[in-house]
Write a protein that binds this ligand. Structure first.
Ligand SMILES: CC(C)(COP(=O)(O)OP(=O)(O)OC[C@H]1O[C@@H](n2cnc3c(N)ncnc32)[C@H](O)[C@@H]1OP(=O)(O)O)[C@@H](O)C(=O)NCCC(=O)NCCS
Length: 164
């Protein structure tokens, strides 16, 4: 169980001036982080990019790509120091709410099979594991599969029933 969240974090859209701080967190928490260009491209493409702040610090962020009736969560991250305090769950639910607001019917994401924490968070929030994308992620010595997970937004927490 996460520690009780004593301070309520706030969400705001990510801007170009956030990218350096976001990148510092990204490089700290991922072995194969997004690049500065990935974040800049996401902002320029008009993806829904948000940061979470708490006690004046940037504690998390995420990127949601919204298409026709579908949303795809491309990044969800909490700074190492702030993990296991409920922020990841709050961030995820912020993006689920956004997807619902955009009238998406389904929401998808990829996760590494080795990422026990993220898989538990997604499963706990109603995402179902749909299928495996072979060799999707880079690793130090090759490639790692990705699990595609989906949430049926039209059916609340019922989960996705069809393949995309
Ligand atoms: C995955 C991540 C976003 C979770 O954020 P967080 O703020 O630490 O998670 P929360 O405190 O909100 O925990 C929510 C749930 O996630 C799961 N979880 C989180 N950390 C976990 C861990 N170390 N081990 C197992 N389950 C974990 C639990 O189910 C937890 O619920 P519980 O507290 O009731 O047990 C965060 O660990 C992170 O940024 N990791 C590095 C980047 C990453 O892997 N992003 C996801 C890419 S797909």
């Amino acid at each position: 169980m996460s520690a009780v969240l004593k301070t309520v974090p706030s969400m705001r859209p990510m801007g170009p001036t956030d990218v350096e701080r976001v990148l510092a967190i990204e490089q700290d928490i991922y072995a194969h982080p997004w690049t500065r260009g990935n974040f800049r491209d996401s902002l320029q493409a008009g993806y829904s990019c948000w940061v979470m702040e708490c006690e004046g610090q940037l504690v998390g962020y995420g990127v949601l790509m919204v298409g026709v009736r579908e949303a795809h969560l491309l990044n969800l991250s909490v700074a190492r120091h702030w993990q296991r305090r409920g922020f990841g769950r709050r961030l995820l639910h912020h993006f689920i709410d956004l997807a619902v607001g955009y009238e998406a019917q389904r929401m998808f994401l990829e996760v590494r099979p080795s990422n026990v924490a993220a898989r538990a968070l997604y499963a706990d929030s109603g995402f179902r594991e749909l299928y495996v994308r072979r060799g999707y992620y880079p690793t130090d010595d090759g490639r790692e599969d990705a699990i595609l997970m989906g949430l049926d937004l039209a059916a609340g927490e019922a989960g996705v029933t069809d393949m995309p």
